[in-house]
Design a protein around this ligand. Sequence first.
Ligand code: FA5
Length: 336
Amino acid sequence: MEDEILRLKSEAHVALADLGKDDLEPFRVKYLGRKGLFTSMMRQLGQASAEDRPRLGKLANDIKQELAQAFAAKQDALGGGQQGVSAVPSLDLTLTGRSEPCGRPHPVTQVMEEVCGIFEGLGFTVAEGPDVETDFYNFEALNIPPHHPARDMHDTFYVSDSLLLRTHTSPMQIRTMTEQEPPLRMIAPGKVYRCDSDITHTPMFHQVEGFLVDRKVSFADLKGVLSVFIAKMFDADTAIRFRPSFFPFTEPSAEVDIGCVICAGKGCRVCKQTGWLEILGAGMIDPAVFAKIGYDPDQYSGFAFGLGIERIAMLKYGITDIRLYYENDLRFLSQF
Ligand code: FA5
């Protein structure tokens, strides 16, 4: 078949060399037309072996292109070019160019920035800390001694006996409080890691820790700040639920749920049929934590909270599987 293609090539070139003005159209029809020799040759390529087919297809295509260009040059030389008849598609110089696709921040980054912006607007300042954390900051100083059952709630990736990938952003409470005196009003955004994966859990996810320490801070202040945050982040009438919970470093503690925006509270796969989705844990900082870092619990009180950014982004955008954020599928990402 290769011989046949090459034979057709030289036959066409010989014919082209002798072409007069009146022969242009018959030549185009015979060699380059939709029912021409090159087109039928290409149809026959289906009979070639699967191994040879790509190479022969390319060869035939290249020759056809080359012939089309030579034909267009001949047409020009003979002054016989006609609109709509040319074998080479004409170039429309008035068409607008194709613009380069424009990148943008990942949806999780966008939501992280929005969350931080809301708290900054409420007077919180931003602090950042290490992803690889010591057992002391991640657990011990937060009132979670070795062998405490609360360690089981965090499926920890250990780097060594005393180093680990932080399981939450709460170590930033300790890092900040050991370096600064009250009043404090801080947020600490960052990556955290847990050995956990399903439609609402990923092994790496983002939290924003927030804490406020001063004299006479109460649970009402915590409720006020979180209610303002949720109203700004979602709709002003978003349903909010403070559910009693337990964290070793806060007392009392609560988990905060908002009405599932995916099913409007009716119950779906994402909210596990409850109509609610947990977005954060919170509470009043336990006096035992103040004692560890040397604050006087009789003078100071404070609240803290830690919220999951991916969960908030799921609710905001109606995403039903958290793992979509990390599959790097541009069809998903380019929607944001
Ligand atoms: C904590 O991590 C506490 N440090 C929060 C806290 C801070 C409580 C300060 C009190 C005071 P929890 O394990 O519930 O709590 O996680 C907080 C939020 O992170 C959850 O509400 C959820 O939104 C999100 N989250 C937890 N695990 C995952 C995961 N594997 N993937 C995605 N998001 C998660």
